[in-house]
Design a protein around this ligand. Structure first.
Ligand SMILES: Cc1ncc(COP(=O)(O)O)c(C=O)c1O
Length: 442
């Protein structure tokens, strides 16, 4: 496939031109031989290299190729991950003066963007949940919120961190009944466009979505897409993206997105078709000992507690066998695979899982069930985020207003969002997830 960004940059790199332009490494070895091949491809917006936010050359051509591969009306590249994609999509809603009805399992990038943009957010709480990482959301509840807040949009995260997929067609149908855009944080689902049939949100009715190419595709960290099915959003996306982005987007990231087009055009479908039976086989082989969560295939999420194991001990056992997981807590372990994984990778994983279930002591399954507390709001997300705050022990936070949300990865249903009054129930959940202190408004 035509890879215009890679072709241009590699040709420039071979040309040995004297680089009287940024970056300061000048494409040279600089005494770090390990980085030297990267330095030689790491350019800035020189003549012919196009410009991400005013693209009409090689970047525009590569984005057009991506758009056709994902079957979108328009797609554009981000070199600052889905975080920038979320900021961009929400800025478009701000332009439309819309409030946001958001399924509560948002990544913190959403909360930060809502604070920066001063958005009104109305939460769709999970209908059921036994952990913070995954939840079900009902379209009936969403419809009630749409009736209460007519000029809004719906924002959902799908797949979530555990790989669980929401019913996008049902949400799309509901949104379109109320003339509300459907926005999907598809950070974990770029590969879903290449399933047969496609499970990609845009192909299932979403109006806007972002995908982190770097999470599920062979692309460098930070590489992502914003896609839309609506031509009317296309001319607005770059300008709104540039509000939040560096003026020096990484060409290494752009090259990796460009080369990814070739992978998507020629290899990914075969790789997916090859991997899915291997994943099914792996799960079948271990089904006597392990319970797996309902997820898209490449997120292998083990319900450790339900299977009679402590998730952290499980992950530690895998680590000793040179298998590093994406995430673990007491209850679950997430193993993130991708279409480029080899037969040998799945073989190694299956052996490590079998060894672990055979050797790790069982623990009594925890019976601690909880539902995510619906908290009272005292301030807007923006006001609380930018207020003076103090950090207190979670035990002393009851009745105080949550200030800036300071949760480490992973993305999960936030226990409390900026502006909400922390309750006694929140304290129990903070502690369950090892969070001992919280920022509260002074
Ligand atoms: C659900 C979800 N959305 C958004 C993001 C942010 O993506 P990125 O790291 O590409 O900026 C993440 C990152 O972990 C995520 O898990």
């Amino acid at each position: 496939m035509y890879t215009p960004i890679f072709d241009f940059v590699s040709h420039y790199s071979d040309s040995d031109s004297l680089r009287c332009h940024m970056p300061g490494h000048k494409g040279k070895n600089c005494g770090y031989p390990f980085l030297s091949p990267l330095f030689s491809l790491d350019i800035t917006e020189i003549f012919g290299a196009d410009s991400l936010f005013h693209a009409d050359g090689i970047i525009a051509q590569s984005e057009a190729a991506a758009s056709s591969l994902f079957h979108c009306a328009y797609s554009c590249f981000s070199t600052s991950g889905s975080t920038l994609g979320i900021q961009t999509m929400l800025a478009l809603m701000k332009l439309d003066n819309r409030s946001i009805i958001a399924a509560r399992n948002v990544h913190r990038a959403f909360i930060n963007a809502a604070a920066l943009l001063g958005l009104d957010v109305f939460w769709l709480f999970p209908s059921a949940s036994s952990n913070l990482l995954s939840a079900d959301f009902s379209t009936n509840d969403a419809e009630k919120l749409l009736l209460l807040h007519p000029n809004s949009c719906i924002y959902i995260t799908s797949p979530d961190y555990t790989g669980k997929i929401a019913d996008i067609p049902a949400f799309a149908k509901l949104c379109h009944k109320y003339n509300a855009p459907l926005i999907v944080d598809n950070a974990h689902g770029a590969h879903l466009a290449f399933f047969q049939p496609s499970l990609h949100p845009i192909n299932l009715g979403a109006d806007l979505c972002c995908d982190s190419a770097h999470k599920m595709l062979p692309a460098l960290t930070g590489s992502a897409y914003v896609h839309t099915s609506q031509k009317r959003f296309a001319p607005l996306i770059k300008q709104n993206m540039s509000l939040f982005a560096s003026t020096s987007p990484s060409y290494l990231s752009l090259i990796s997105l460009d080369l990814c087009n070739d992978y998507l055009a020629f290899h990914i479908c075969d790789d997916i078709n090859h991997c899915i039976p291997l994943i099914t086989q792996l799960k079948d082989d271990l089904s006597d000992s392990l319970i797996f969560a309902d997820s898209e295939p490449f997120h292998i999420t083990i319900c450790a507690a339900l299977s009679g194991f402590n998730g952290l001990a499980f992950a530690q056992s895998l680590r000793k066998l040179s298998v590093e997981c994406e995430y673990a807590d007491d209850d679950i372990v997430i193993l993130l695979m991708s279409p480029i994984c080899s037969d040998n990778d799945f073989f190694t994983l299956r052996s490590a899982l079998r060894f672990t279930v055979n050797t790790l002591p069982h623990v009594k399954p925890s019976s601690q069930k909880f539902s995510v507390p619906v908290l009272k709001t005292a301030m807007s997300i923006r006001d609380a985020t930018f207020s003076t705050y103090e950090t207190v022990n979670v035990e002393s936070s009851v009745g105080r207003i949550c200030a800036s949300v300071d949760v480490p990865c992973p993305p999960a249903v936030p226990i409390a969002v900026s502006g909400e009054i922390i309750s006694q129930e929140s304290v129990f959940i903070f502690k369950k997830y090892g969070i001992n202190s919280v920022n509260v408004v002074k």
